[in-house]
Every structure is written in structure tokens, then in C-alpha cells.
Design a protein around this ligand. Structure first.
Ligand code: 5CA
Length: 453
């Protein structure tokens, strides 16, 4: 992509309203534009990152055996009356009336709708276990939308709903989600810690939030520092293996880690003093088991092997996809700008032409650009008639992990410079070696799981 033909409205000034790094950098890097409090347009660069995160979240759900679908954003109030949540949800719910005065709402979550789909089509234990998920926009009329996309009113969420015959089976769905979430965050370059939490309006007794530690996080958390040393051995996970998922979930959840709302001073006192930590974190996901809270009142019954009709056991499991964009930036930036992890970067690399108009330099840049494209990778080629300094500043803000700099001196002998945004390490190499090197860094031969759906 040639920057001269792209849409990248980078801001020179730091916007006054942005108080945390991710919000500031997303505005400065031309990723988002606020349209109303907590409501944003995703400009092309931001949209690319959002899509990449969505893709990874989707792939990991499919890997865990969960099935993608799509439900609408607008829901009928009557459905929420069946579960008794229409009034209970309060002012956070955006209520809408259509031209026939029918009551609708912009969905803040989808437990009722998925239960309705389930009761319409599933009647037997033979169809269980089942987990359906979608990745869709939600609206919650938050009293204090802030920090950009981190606490929006309109936000993008992966929400999955599990259906099982028994509580025991439902606990496997819970553990399976816990493990798949750890895997997802790890792929995104984040360490997220599962912490015992409160269930709020979703309901249920068992619930864990996933927190990324960050000074700018909105949640206060207490934990035993040993929890940050536990590692997932990614290659060995078999999501159908009940005992294995349970073991991994237990390894993580047995260590003290709780949000402020569920913090227990007595239990915390048993953690060795030198391992006690109180910190702030960003909640990037939450899993719930709430049994028959929705299936009972809404009549989502299944027949058991004995012919008995019983309400199905349910859980719901959410990942804050748009919030993750902010969380990743909070975890990965420096004073100059964003530093994208390779897994979610909007472009694989940048090409900087330090002397636009110089025949040799232009030609080499064109060659590089095409060579990278040909391997199925995407480069953002800064071909603007701008000073080199301005191009470097833009590159620093938008934070592509790899940058190829092409100048007239090197161009004479076919040499360019490859620089890592994270370490600042530079390496001079022949222009024809660049595309294969970038391909190697990204392991382009890997196939995406979603291609097989
Ligand atoms: N139905 C359940 C799970 S499917 C549910 O709605 N869970 S939730 O309320 O915990 O939301 C799931 C995730 O969405 C949260 O962990 C958080 O990462 C994200 N989220 C929630 N509210 C907002 C918001 N106002 N702005 C951005 N992300 C949000």
C-alpha cells in the first residue's frame, strides 16, 4: 500500500482529551475518530488491527470446537421480559421504539437470544455439548465512557454460549474456555491472568475475569505473584480432554488472584508476604457458568437418555475485542509511539523512501514493495513528498514492527536497512533479501485455521 494513496490522518498534536497512552496513540496514529461519547469510527489503520484481533479470537474459538454464527445487534424487548432482565438491566440498556411502537433494544449481550435459538432447534441430549459464538457490536450506555475504545458505549465483543446436559459437563465447557482464552491472549502477545470475579447482571456463581496488568487499568486486583509464572504448554492442548483442561484451569485458578469485589483479606493473608501483590489491570474477558438461569424461565429443555425433560446448563464467555486494541497498545508502546506485536500489526512492514524523486531510490522502493506483496505480505510504503524526518516520525507513531529504509547512497549498491521497531536494532542487507527475510519472520507458510471452516 502506497501511503500517498492511503488514508492515514496522523495527528501532530497530542489530543487534550486523551488521558491514557493507548487512547492518545490511537488518535495520533489515525486509527479512530470519536463520533459521540464512547462511539468511534474505525479508520483504515485501526480497522486493520481490529480485524486481525477478531481473526485470531475466531481461530482460537474454532480450535476449541466452538461454532461461529452471527446474531443481530437489535433485539426484541419481549425476549428480555421472559428472563426478567428487561427492567433489571436498567439505564445501561439502550431502548428503542420502531414505527409500530414495538419495543426493541440494542443488545448489550445475547443470553436471551441464544437461548431462544436453542429452544427452537434443540430438544435432545444427543445434540450436546454445543457452544455457539459470534463476534458482534454491543451497546451499553456506560455512565462514564472513557479511555477511548477501552470503555466505549459501542464496542466489539466475542460472546460465546455453551449448552450442556449436566453441571459437570458445563464445567468442562468453562475450563475449555479458560484454557482457550489463555491461548488467545498469549497469541496476542499479552499475559492475561484469570481472577475470581463478580458476575454482575449476567448472573451465576462461577466466574473469572481475565486481567492484563497495567497501571492505567480500571480494575484493582489482588494476587499471589506465583500466578504470573505459570505457563501454558501450547502444543499439548487437547480441548476434548476433560481431565487435561481441568488440570490446566486448576493450575491457574488455585493460586490466589481476585478482583477487588471478591477480594478476601483472610485468604490473601495466607499468601507469603513477599508474593502479595495489589495492582491495576484491564479486563479483557470474562467467563460465566450460570446453570439454568435462562434455560428454566425461557423453557430451553432437553430430553435426557431416560426420556426426562430437563433445563439445559449454560455458560457465557466474552472477550472484549475492541478493548483489546487498547490493551495491546498499553502493553506495547514507548515514548515515540505504538510497537505492534507481529501477530496483530496492521502491515507487516513499512518502507521508507528517504529521497522521493531520486530515480534509483524510487526504483528500489517499488521493487521492494512488489516483492513483499508477491509473498502475500503487506508493506506500507511511505512514498509521500515529505522530509525523511517526518516519515520516521510517522513510522514511530504507527509502530509497524519492521521498517525498511531506502536511501540514495545504499540504493547505488542495492543496499537497504532493516530495523526492528521494538529493539531499534538495524541491519544492512541487499534489497532482494528483504522480502524472504520478512516472510521468514512472519512464517508465511502457516495456514490459517479459518480457511478450513
Ligand atoms: N455475556 C457475557 C459474556 S459472553 C458478557 O457480556 N460478559 S462481559 O460483560 O464481561 O463482557 C465481556 C467483555 O467485553 C469484558 O470482559 C470486556 O473485555 C468487554 N467489555 C465490556 N464492557 C465494555 C465496554 N464498555 N467497552 C469495551 N469493552 C467492554
Amino acid at each position: 500500500m502506497r501511503l500517498s494513496r492511503y488514508f492515514l490522518p496522523v495527528l501532530k498534536e497530542t489530543p487534550a482529551e486523551a488521558r491514557v497512552a493507548s487512547h492518545r496513540l490511537m488518535l495520533r496514529a489515525g486509527m479512530i475518530k470519536q463520533q459521540a461519547a464512547g462511539i468511534y469510527s474505525w479508520l483504515p489503520l485501526g480497522f486493520r488491527v481490529l480485524r486481525r484481533i477478531e481473526q485470531i479470537v475466531c481461530e482460537e474459538q474454532i480450535r476449541a470446537g466452538h461454532i461461529p454464527m452471527l446474531m443481530p445487534t437489535i433485539q426484541s424487548a419481549d425476549l428480555w421480559r421472559e428472563s426478567d432482565r428487561y427492567d433489571a438491566y436498567g439505564p445501561e440498556m439502550l431502548r428503542i421504539q420502531d414505527r409500530h411502537d414495538r419495543e426493541l433494544l440494542f443488545g448489550p449481550t445475547n443470553e436471551e437470544m441464544i437461548t431462544d435459538i436453542f429452544r427452537t432447534h434443540v430438544t435432545s441430549y444427543k445434540n450436546l455439548p454445543l457452544t455457539l459464538f459470534h463476534i458482534q457490536w454491543k451497546f451499553r450506555d456506560e455512565i462514564r465512557p472513557r479511555f477511548g475504545v477501552m470503555r466505549g458505549r459501542e464496542f466489539f465483543m466475542k460472546d460465546g454460549y455453551s449448552f450442556d446436559l449436566t453441571r459437570k459437563d458445563a464445567m468442562h465447557a468453562y475450563n475449555r474456555h479458560l484454557v482457550s482464552y489463555l491461548q488467545t491472549y498469549e497469541r496476542l502477545g499479552l499475559q492475561a491472568i484469570p481472577m475470581r470475579a463478580e458476575s454482575g447482571p449476567i448472573g451465576g456463581e462461577d466466574t473469572h475475569e481475565f486481567l492484563v496488568l497495567a497501571d492505567t487499568g480500571e480494575s484493582i486486583v489482588y494476587y499471589d505473584s506465583a500466578v504470573t509464572d505459570i505457563r501454558l504448554d501450547q502444543r499439548l492442548i487437547d480441548y476434548d480432554d476433560v481431565a487435561q483442561c481441568q488440570k490446566i484451569a486448576q493450575d491457574f485458578t488455585a493460586v490466589y488472584a481476585r478482583t477487588e469485589e471478591t477480594h478476601d483479606e483472610e485468604k490473601y493473608a495466607q499468601v507469603p508476604k513477599d508474593r502479595q501483590r495489589c495492582a491495576r489491570g484491564i479486563e479483557v474477558g470474562q467467563i460465566f457458568y450460570f446453570g439454568t438461569k435462562y434455560s428454566k424461565p425461557m423453557g430451553a429443555l432437553v430430553q435426557t437418555a431416560d426420556g426426562e425433560m430437563v433445563p439445559v446448563h449454560m455458560g457465557s464467555h466474552g472477550i472484549g475485542v475492541s478493548r483489546l486494541v487498547g490493551a495491546i497498545i498499553e502493553a506495547s508502546h514507548d515514548e515515540k509511539g505504538i510497537i505492534w506485536p507481529e501477530e496483530v500489526t496492521p502491515f507487516h512492514c513499512g518502507i521508507i523512501n528517504v529521497k522521493q524523486g531520486d530515480v534509483e531510490t524510487d526504483r528500489l522502493c517499488d521493487q521492494l514493495h512488489e516483492g513483499i506483496n508477491r509473498l502475500g505480505l503487506e508493506a506500507l510504503y511511505d512514498d509521500r513528498e515529505e522530509r525523511a524526518g517526518a516519515k520516521f516520525a510517522t513510522a514511530d507513531i504507527i509502530g509497524l514492527p519492521w521498517r525498511v529504509t531506502v536511501g540514495p547512497r545504499g540504493a547505488k549498491s542495492g543496499l537497504v536497512e532493516l530495523e526492528s521497531r521494538r529493539t531499534g536494532e538495524r541491519q544492512e542487507l541487499l534489497a532482494e533479501a528483504v522480502a524472504p527475510r520478512i516472510a521468514q519472520i512472519y512464517g508465511v507458510e502457516q495456514l490459517s485455521v479459518v480457511d478450513n471452516v
